[in-house]
Write a protein that binds this ligand. Structure first.
Ligand code: GRG
Length: 297
């Protein structure tokens, strides 16, 4: 890993956190439990991987951080909604997320559902506003909305989650796991990269290459996530061993931890290869692939 990547990630995380705080609704009404519940999960932390990917993809094609920042934050809001809903009693029924009690354990199930709904909906409003104020061309904004809504909805993350729930306890093939992962996790990661690339002014070739990078990266990320569910320590911020307890179909459950790690490494190499035509501006994207392929949390 390039020595500068940690400060780069930390620096970006700080900028993203500050902007998220600014973008979240904050009425002076101290009774607004909904807003408190939204802030609780957003400010609980997280690696901010998707917004960082969005910004780094924009920079890789010559775009600026400032222009991509609001879109990047909107994607993090969509990701956080998915985590809140994923933890609900009717879904994974988890008590710990990002190292603290899950949203519904603190605010109750109804408010957790609403906080997720509000984060998802507000995110699209924030994206649209970038077009209205002409920070980004309205045509590009529409393309971004199309990419992100497809990735998050019934053709992406939501259907991946539905498959995931339906497959609990069933025997599945590696191909099927891959399909579920690419919908549940991969789609939003891909949209984070393409959105950033669009903001930065990517041409069609660059978009295709970055899509390819994101596809491999997303899969490697998910495989390592499954491995960490078995091997990770408290730093993973959620209850370890949850996949096995719920009889979830995962790579390490099917092919073993060692083979799963090897697969993640191979995918990381493919992700890097997809960037071969990019210059040094894609350095952070390359470093992110290395980092994710070997991450410990
Ligand atoms: C409820 C519509 C709906 C979707 C849920 C994203 C998701 C789909 C479920 C999360 C469950 C899970 C453990 C997925 C595997 C990989 C993943 C997305 C992990 C969480 O993302 P990170 O590691 O989390 O980027 P942080 O907290 O760092 O943002």
């Amino acid at each position: 890993m390039r020595p500068g990547i940690q400060p780069y990630l930390l620096g970006l995380k700080e900028i993203i956190d500050k902007k998220l705080l600014e973008l979240l609704p904050n009425s002076s009404d101290s009774l607004s439990k909904l807003e408190e519940s939204m802030r609780y999960s957003i400010l609980a932390g997280g690696k901010r991987l998707r917004p960082i990917l969005c910004i780094s993809a924009s920079e890789a094609v010559g775009g600026s951080l400032d222009k991509a920042l609001q879109i990047a934050c909107a994607i993090e809001m969509i990701h956080t909604y998915s985590l809140i809903h994923d933890d609900l009693p009717s879904m994974d029924d988890d008590l710990l997320r990002r190292g603290i009690p899950t949203n519904h354990s603190v605010f109750g199930e109804a408010l957790a559902i609403l906080a997720g709904d509000a984060l998802l909906t507000d995110a699209f409003s924030l994206i649209a506003r970038e077009g209205i104020s002409n920070v980004i061309s309205p045509t590009v904004v529409v393309e971004i909305i199309r990419d992100i809504s497809k990735a998050a909805g019934s053709q992406g993350m939501v259907s991946g989650q539905a498959f995931d729930l339906a497959l609990e306890g069933k025997e599945v093939s590696v191909e099927l796991i891959e399909k579920v992962h690419s919908l549940k996790t991969g789609a939003l990661i891909e949209a984070s990269v393409t959105s950033g690339a669009r903001v930065g002014g990517a041409n069609e070739d660059q978009l295709l290459q970055l899509k390819c990078y994101a596809k491999y990266l997303g899969l490697a990320f998910q495989i390592i996530d499954d491995v960490l569910d078995i091997e990770g320590g408290t730093e993973i911020g959620k209850s370890r061993g949850a996949d096995a307890r719920k009889n979830k179909a995962t790579y390490p459950a099917l092919v073993g931890v060692e083979r799963a790690r090897k697969m993640a490494l191979e995918l990381t190499e493919k992700a890097l290869l997809a960037l071969k035509d990019f210059d040094d501006k894609a350095g952070p994207l390359r470093d992110l692939a290395f980092y994710l392929g070997g991450r410990k949390y």
